[in-house]
Write a protein that binds this ligand. Structure first.
Ligand code: GDP
Ligand code: IMO
Ligand code: MG
Length: 426
């Protein structure tokens, strides 16, 4: 079988966690391939809400294998909290969760460097989640990092200390106060717990899964417009959030990739700094934020809101080789007389339909088309045939503009508020 991929086409928080949970019954294995605790993936079912940061969103379904791939960075402190919460809900993490030995560790001093570096940037800060993501990936590519597999080695403690010493030297260049020992207790408790879980050579296991006819769903974190290469650099995260990141982050070959589910909100949000061409600073933006409850799942920060951006969406579709689209939060658009969609940008005196190189230092102005809105509350709908005509027109409009079918529609946060168009879903 193939490895299908589900990833965000915007700036993250598209609703990946919800849809992975909905699709899990169709798969044998769910695998996260990049990112770390900067992610917050929300699942709602049976009246409760769960936010996952590092653990794949298939974890609430019994008998499924959930794999944290080598491309992920794990903070044992956050991870232990997640595990404790799952165990208290009766999830069997020992058998349903497997962790790649090649995944890198976020150590407390990574978080300190993240905080010190952001504070030093002042107005130019990236708006990082301050989870130590950038410094941990820097140590990975700088060949200094510690990996999950290293905790099984007798020299782990001395290797940890060597890395901390390097970090203390870096921290000296900042005017930044910290109390590292206070952070270390939780870290070592997390390491002990990690040692007790199932550590694997995940590239072998996943390739075996594929060979043996098991289906794998790869779950992305963040979004394509936060990709380290293709996002609005430097306002990006430090990993490859696009489909190609799946091959690197799981050790599966490009030929094993099957469907690519590109997930997007019916409008746009962004949390943290960086360009956002369709951002709304008015009443409409405030309405989207309130109706969509647009506050970060990881940091609680208010998300910036704006209209759907087609040039950016088509850019993400191109980078990822998306085969089908999933549209989220359609219910949030109910009640607007007119809905705007950005079809082009005005840039350097020209009208363009692509994302230019420099969107950070040069002004970019959205060109909108207006579509008719709908007043019906969509949250109770479960029959595609009965959806309001104006909403169906919005769907067709996006399908025409992207050349792809929208095969899943989400109309509320709950697992049940999801419509799969089975006739087109693959
Ligand atoms: P992720 O990071 O991509 O998994 O997304 P987040 O969990 O950070 O953010 C998505 C938010 O929207 C969560 O609070 C979800 O519960 C919520 N959500 C998901 N789908 C829908 C939807 O169709 N409608 C509404 N109103 N909320 C949704
Ligand atoms: P999920 O998986 C939304 C943003 C941060 C910041 C930038 C860099 O829930 O969609 P980092 O901590 O990675 O150094 O932050 O990226 N960011 C996210 N925004 N959703 C996420 O994850 C994000 N992960 C990071 O706000 O602007
Ligand atoms: Mg999120």
């Amino acid at each position: 079988m193939k490895v299908d991929v589900l990833l965000g086409l915007q700036w993250g928080d598209e609703g990946k966690g919800k849809v992975v949970d909905v699709l899990t019954p169709r798969y044998d294995v769910i695998a996260r391939f990049q990112g770390g605790p900067n992610a917050g993936h929300t699942l709602e079912f049976e009246g409760t809400k769960h936010v996952l940061h590092t653990i794949p969103s298939g974890i609430f379904h019994d008998g499924k294998s959930n794999v944290i791939g080598n491309g992920v960075v794990i903070d044992p402190v956050v991870f232990k909290k997640e595990i404790d919460a799952l165990v208290s809900r009766g999830v069997n993490v020992k058998s349903n969760l497997k962790i790649s030995r090649k995944a890198h560790l976020i150590i407390p001093s990574h978080r300190l460097i993240d905080a010190a570096s952001e504070a030093a940037k002042g107005k130019e800060k990236i708006g990082s989640t301050l989870k130590g993501i950038g410094p941990a990936y820097m140590d990975k590519t700088g060949r200094n990092g510690l990996r999950v597999g290293d905790i099984e080695h007798p020299d782990f403690l001395s290797n940890y200390k060597k890395l901390v010493d390097k970090h203390i030297a870096i921290l000296k260049q900042y005017d930044f106060e910290y109390d590292l020992p206070a952070m270390e207790q939780g870290f070592f408790e997390g390491i002990a717990m990690l040692n007790d879980l199932t550590l694997i050579d995940s590239e072998y296991e996943l390739n075996r899964n594929v060979r043996n006819g098991q289906s794998v769903l790869a779950e992305g974190a963040q979004g394509s417009l936060l990709d380290i290469d293709f996002g609005s650099y430097p306002f990006v995260t430090s990993s490859h959030t696009v489909t190609a990141g799946t091959c690197i982050g799981l050790g599966v070959p490009p030929s094993s990739i099957g469907e690519v589910y590109g997930i997007f909100k019916a409008y746009c949000t962004r949390v943290g700094s960086g360009p956002f061409p369709t951002e709304l600073f008015d009443e409409t933006g405030e309405t989207l934020r309130k109706r969509g409850n647009e506050f970060g799942s990881t940091t609680g920060r208010a998300r910036r809101c704006g209209w759907l951006d087609l040039p950016a969406l088509n850019y993400a579709i191109m980078l990822n080789g998306v085969t089908q689209l999933i549209m989220m939060k359609s219910d949030v658009l109910s009640g607007f007389d007119q809905i705007k969609v950005c079809t082009h940008y005005k840039y350097r005196g020209k009208v363009i339909d692509y994302v230019p190189y420099d969107v950070v230092n040069e002004p970019i102005e959205p060109v909108y088309e207006e579509l008719e809105g709908w007043s019906e509350d969509l949250t109770g709908y479960n029959d595609l045939e009965k959806l309001p005509q104006a909403f169906l027109n919005y769907i067709s409009y996006i399908e025409n503009a992207t050349g792809l079918p929208i095969t899943i529609l989400s109309v509320g946060p709950d697992r049940k508020q999801t419509m799969v168009r089975e006739e087109v879903f693959k």
